[in-house]
Structure formats: C-alpha cells, structure tokens
Design a protein around this ligand. Structure first.
Ligand code: PEP
Ligand code: MN
Length: 340
C-alpha cells in the first residue's frame, strides 16, 4: 500500500485522476479528506502501481509507502485523530466519553433503572449485553431480541445512545435495528466473517482486544472493518491473559499509549473486564484516563450480588458516580475533560 498526499491546492479533477489511475491498476482506494489536505490510500491487490509515475501526476505532493501491516488503521495513513459524532457527543475529540451499564440486560425495569442511574452519575452511553458470549453453555446467554427492545426503550427514556454486543454476522442487521454502536467481543475479535459484516453495516463499532492477542493483531482486525469504508471504529483494551490469576485479566495499560501512537482510532478502556473485581475497577479506570484513553466502558449493576453475569466486577451506581468525579479531576490534570 501507498498513500498519495495531494497538494493543499490540488483540484477535484486532479484528485479524481489519481483515483482513476489507482483503480485502473485494480487497486482499492480510500479517501481521507483532512482539514488541510487530501490523502488517497491505494491498496494494491491488483498490479503494482508505479510510485514514481504516480508522484509525477498533477496535484500530487508526494507518495509514501506504508510499511506497517495495518494500513487504514495506521497513523501513517491518517495523522489526525479520528473523531465522530454520536447523538450530541463527539468521540475522540479530546473529551472522554463514558459508557456504563450492566454486563447483561436482565429485565425491562433493570435496564431502565440502571440507565437512569448511570446517566445521573455522568455516563453518556448505555451498555448492556443482549447476546452474551459465555464461557459455559449452561450460563445465562442473554435475553436476545427481547433484551434489545428493552435497551431501545431505555434509550427512549434517557436519550442515551446504546452499545451492545453482536456475536455473529447473521445477527448484524437485527442488532443494528436497536443499537447505536456494535460491540465486537474479545472472543470474537478474530471472527473475520463478523468483522466483514460489521464493517459493511457502516455502524460505529467498538472492537475489543482478544484476551490473548497482540496489539498488532488487534489493529489488523480493525483494518478488516475499515476496509469496508467504515471509519467509525473504536479500539477497546479489556485486559489480557497473563500468568497472574489473582485478577481475572491483566489490564494492559501499555496498550493505550501504544494504540494511540500506532493508530488514529479512538481508544477505550474497559477496567471492569480488565480487573474482574469491583475493588480494582476505579484504580484501573483512573489509570486509563491518565494513560490517554478516549473513553471508558464500565459495568454498573444496581445489585451486583444478584447479577446474572459479571456481578463481581460491577460497581453500584454510587461508587460509579464517585468514580466519574475522580476521573474528571484526572482528565483535567492531563489537559482533557470528561464529556458532560
Ligand atoms: C462484556 O462486555 O460484557 C464482554 C463479554 O466483554 P469481553 O468481550 O471483553 O469479555
Ligand atoms: Mn461483562
């Protein structure tokens, strides 16, 4: 792959000519219209485009080959942070977005009451799983479409956009009917058919890092989604497998600045799955903010002891409210803020 950086004064006609040349060679073209200049990504799966020839075309400033295995996800392809609007909020724009809610949607009243509590505590987006990827086939698998309907009702009441997990390609259209953001879970990070389907949907996607995945593998999975022209992708660090068993996972704080350096995509921290124990969620969340996360996703339950999944890592609303206040102070200390 190479990127063609157009001159600031390049005309539409000149840009079109570059695109046509790349397409003549059987390449895929990805346009990125920046504030100052246009960058044209040329992915060669056809004949190899002659780089020097391309450089001589009118309006072209320079042509740079992208050497990293992930292309569209890389900072080389796009230097500026990716931002996009969701409801009244901008994701990736410097202010940190907070997503909160139960691990699973358990009932209509549960999700509505939790949504109201999370919003009051300072969250902007409601999370809740209707299709749950459980380790055991005998564990609660989620309410399915009924759960999606309750999520949509909670959105209606609170105005909060909804994020929920989708586990298989065939379910993408159904989940899109109810959700604002599609969550691809850690266990499905490398489910390539699912990545193609969520990419094609053009819905915003939160891509969780697989529990034993390299950062590079995670970015390659984002690349699958981006390759469909779906630019609204968020990366989510949710803890990885290590030799330590005291906590459920080891929250890889390093992954946040690394992903921010390698990629322009917003990075979200999940301190709930990252630690697996509610006592440590606040510490990991605050560390995530200090490390540069653009968002957080946190499990909140009205009665964690009764939760049908992940009760041990769920915060009660009062604790979550205090955490949001503390995160705001940390965000401000590093020149950012939490969305309000
Ligand atoms: C979840 O968000 O409830 C979940 C199942 O997360 P993960 O895919 O990170 O395990
Ligand atoms: Mn969970």
């Amino acid at each position: 792959m190479m990127i063609v950086i157009m001159k600031a004064e390049a005309t539409m006609r000149e840009k079109s000519a570059v695109i046509a040349r790349a397409e003549d060679f059987g390449c895929q073209v990805h346009l990125s219209e920046g504030k100052e200049r246009t960058i044209i990504g040329v992915i060669g799966n056809g004949r190899v485009v002659d780089r020097e020839q391309m450089e001589r075309m009118p309006g072209v400033e320079r042509v740079v080959p992208i050497l990293k295995p992930f292309k569209l996800a890389s900072r080389e392809f796009k230097a500026e942070d990716t931002t996009f609007s969701l409801g009244d909020h901008v994701i990736g724009g410097g202010e940190i977005i907070v997503m909160a809610g139960p691990c699973s949607v358990e009932s209509r009243t549960q999700i509505i009451e939790t949504a109201i509590a999370c919003k009051e505590a300072g969250a902007q987006i409601l999370r809740g799983g209707a299709f749950k990827p459980r380790t055991s086939p005998y564990a609660f698998q989620g309410l399915g479409e009924e759960g999606l309907r309750y999520l949509a009702e909670a959105r209606e009441i609170t105005g909060m956009p909804v994020i929920t997990e989708v586990m298989e390609p065939a379910m993408v259209p159904l989940v899109c009917e109810y959700a604002d953001i599609l969550q691809v879970g850690a266990r499905n990070m490398q489910n390539y058919a699912l990545l193609h389907a969520v990419g094609e949907s053009q819905y915003p996607v939160l891509l969780k890092r697989g529990m034993s995945s390299l950062i590079e593998e995670w970015l390659m999975c984002a690349e699958y989604i981006l390759s469909h022209g779906n630019t609204r992708v968020m990366l989510c660090e949710r803890g990885i497998r290590t030799f330590e068993t005291y906590t459920r996972n080891t929250f890889d704080i390093n992954a946040i600045p690394v992903a921010k350096q390698l990629s322009h995509l917003p990075v979200v921290a999940d301190p709930s799955h990252g630690t697996g124990k509610w006592e440590y969620v606040a510490s990991a969340a605050k560390a995530g903010v200090a490390a540069g996360a653009d968002g957080l996703i946190i499990e909140v339950h009205l009665h964690p002891e009764l939760a049908m999944s992940d009760g041990a890592q769920s915060l009660k609303p009062e604790k979550f409210a205090r955490l949001v206040r503390e995160m705001r102070a940390i965000a401000q200390a590093v020149g950012r803020d939490i969305l309000s």
